[in-house]
Design a protein around this ligand. Structure first.
Ligand code: GTP
Ligand code: SPV
Ligand code: MN
Length: 598
């Protein structure tokens, strides 16, 4: 859609369809957010935390059925089924629209319809894109106000005639006359729809109020719809963190990293190095939009303005920058609450108090069997508050990317780090990524390894084979030596006892150091069947006491396991159908050959 007139017409139509009580246009001011928050606290939807410790912070508890993204209820409604490809749930757009029309009919009765104009990307960036979310959830408004640039800044660009993506959202729980509201209204699972219309570039989400299901600027727009736009326009919309790394000599590098949900993007983006003289600054923690600059290099912008981060496991020890960021103006969802109005979660680095209110609102003691915070409890917090935020994180043209990391959660098989032989081999590494499914998604497969190419499996808005081709095509847009080097990392190897071998978090800086040395060509590497790998001595392990044998193990290629992996990759490629680029099969064959040579 384009222009103010179309926007007004759309809002009017949706107002009539949903029969909302009233329509409110968000301007994005601080006053507006403060009033909205007051309203939610008064209504008992939200709870304020201790103002002395957590100023401007609130806690929300979701319905127990609405705690994460729902991939089974997420649809790509492209005109042709084959365009959605084998990895997406396809649904006929005409059929779906009829269903959705039925569901949205009267769905906002008794509620306010909020209109949120928003901008993905710095407001002065030529790469920024606009959207307008209509929602009946004030919680969504408050989150969008942190996660994106909302209100007048975005409306101005729409009024100037720019295109915007219409994003329609309802929690799907109309209120009848006199009916009392619940703190977290939502619809049952079989009525939930998270729908993307790629040709029309529009989004429609019904029935869930949680995270990526409801904050439509994030996964629905900045990944599913944006990936389609990116394919058409020749750029890349990716599920990646963006960080800025400075070495002791003051040389700057920028690194993107594609890890699946709850596999360490936020933590790596805010890492505090454990090696002397190194500095990491944050540009983004979840999404990277990359364009080719005039110099032929890839430049990344972060389309978001906040972090929607996993709370459990976040502590002063693991991520002090996140802990400092969430001290004020933060929305907590599904964490536990202490008796003195503070938040608590497992892995916060603070002993569990004798009594808590758990994420379901029940009393909890250390003897309780269930966890006090939900595993996918989250904080929504402004990026600008992050002590490690890079001064140029809003650079309109983005930052030039030197390296791309791909990786996931794998207890076995995948070494700590290996470097690709070439761009094509790097895309192969991205295409074969596998990871254990985490609580960031409602699934009965949690803990099982699934293939997740470039951590985009749930987020590619079109055919996965075309998506991989779009990556391969980069070499037609620029010279290979201008493209970032691609590395495959795995912080999650476990030993016999089930403990992580690599300390991770701040110590991942040691791997980043090796990566910069490879970029600069200042350190040799071992050529293995998988790619270039460091020997244990090549990593800066100053001050670390690790079991040398275990370290060697995570820097070794296990031929037997890898031959099994090759088989499994072959099956996974077959599943992607005939459109799979031949280059990736060539890489698979070459890998098998190299493995059989050693
Ligand atoms: P999404 O927001 O879902 O996309 O997740 P993410 O990729 O940003 O993951 P995040 O950084 O929030 O980390 C998820 C979980 O993994 C947290 O519980 C972290 O404590 C844990 N984690 C992150 N980095 C590491 C690491 O280097 N080693 C280990 N062992 N755990 C880690
Ligand atoms: C993810 O699952 O990758 C997230 C959380 O970042 S959500 O916004 O819910 O998608
Ligand atoms: Mn994510």
């Amino acid at each position: 859609m384009k222009g103010k007139d179309m926007l007004l017409k759309w809002v009017q139509e949706i107002g009539e369809l949903t029969q909302a009580d009233q329509v409110y246009w968000c301007n994005g001011s601080e006053k507006e957010l403060a009033e909205l928050t007051d309203m939610m606290v008064e209504k008992g939807i939200a709870q304020r935390l201790d103002e002395n410790v957590y100023p401007g912070c609130t806690l929300f508890r979701s319905d127990a059925s609405d705690v994460a993204r729902v991939e089974d209820r997420t649809f790509i409604a492209s005109l042709k089924e084959e365009d959605a490809g084998p990895t997406n749930n396809w649904i006929d757009p005409t059929v779906l629209k009829e269903t959705l029309n039925g569901l949205f009919n009267g769905s906002m009765k008794g509620r306010t319809l909020y209109v949120i104009p928003f901008c993905m990307g710095p407001v002065d960036s030529p790469y920024a894109k606009l959207g307008v979310e209509i929602t009946d959830s004030p919680y969504v408004v408050a989150n969008m106000a942190i996660m994106t640039r909302i209100g007048d800044v975005a409306l101005k660009r729409i009024e100037a005639g720019e295109e915007f993506v219409p994003c329609l959202h309802s929690v799907g729980a109309p209120l009848e006359e006199g009916e009392e509201d619940t703190p977290w209204p939502c619809a049952p699972m079989d009525k939930k729809y998270i729908a993307q219309f790629p040709e029309e570039r529009s989004i429609c989400s019904f029935g869930s109020g949680y995270g990526g299901n409801a904050l439509l600027g994030k996964k629905c727009f900045a990944l599913r719809i944006a990936s389609v736009i990116a394919r058409d326009e020749g750029w890349l919309a990716e599920h990646m963190l963006i960080l800025k790394l400075t070495n002791p000599q003051g040389k700057v590098y920028h690194v993107c990293g594609a890890f699946p949900s709850a596999c360490g993007k936020t933590n790596l983006a805010m890492l505090v190095p454990t090696i002397e003289g190194w500095k990491v600054e944050t540009v983004g923690d979840d999404i990277s939009w990359m364009h080719f600059g005039e110099d032929g290099r890839l430049y990344a912008i972060n389309p978001e303005s906040g972090f929607f981060g996993v709370a459990p496991g976040t502590s002063q020890g693991s991520n002090p920058s996140a802990m400092a960021t969430i001290q004020s103006n933060t929305i907590f969802t599904n964490t536990a609450l202490t008796d003195d109005n503070k938040v608590w979660w497992e892995g916060m680095g603070i002993k569990a108090p004798e009594h808590l209110i758990d994420w379901k609102g029940n009393d909890w003691t250390p003897q309780s069997k269930e966890k006090a915070a939900h595993a996918n409890a989250r904080f929504t917090t402004p990026a600008s508050q992050c002590p490690s935020i890079a001064p140029d994180w809003e650079a309109p043209l983005g930052v030039p990317i030197d390296a791309i990391l791909v990786g996931g959660r794998r207890a076995t098989t995948i070494p700590l780090v290996h470097e690709s032989f070439s761009w094509q081999h790097g895309i192969f590494l991205g295409s074969i990524m596998g990871s254990e499914v985490t609580a960031a998604v409602i699934s009965d497969k949690i803990g099982q390894v699934r293939r997740d190419p470039f951590a985009m499996l749930p987020f590619i808005g079109y055919h996965v084979a075309d998506y991989l081709q779009n990556w391969l095509d980069a070499t037609q847009k620029t010279e290979e030596d201008k493209l970032p080097k691609i590395f495959y990392v795995n912080w999650f190897r476990k030993n016999q006892e089930g403990d992580f071998i690599w300390p991770g978090f701040g110590d991942n800086s040691r791997v980043l150091k090796w990566i910069t040395q490879r970029i600069d060509g200042t350190i040799p590497a071992r050529k293995t069947a998988l790619g270039y790998m460091p020997a244990v001595e090549d990593l800066d392990l100053t001050g670390l006491e690790l079991d040398k044998k275990e370290l060697e193990e995570i820097l070794t290629v296990d031929k037997k396991l890898w031959l099994e992996e090759v088989k499994s990759i072959g099956e996974h490629f077959e599943g992607y159908g005939k459109k799979m680029p031949k280059e990736l099969y060539d890489e698979l064959e070459a890998l098998e050959k190299r493995l059989n040579e050693v």
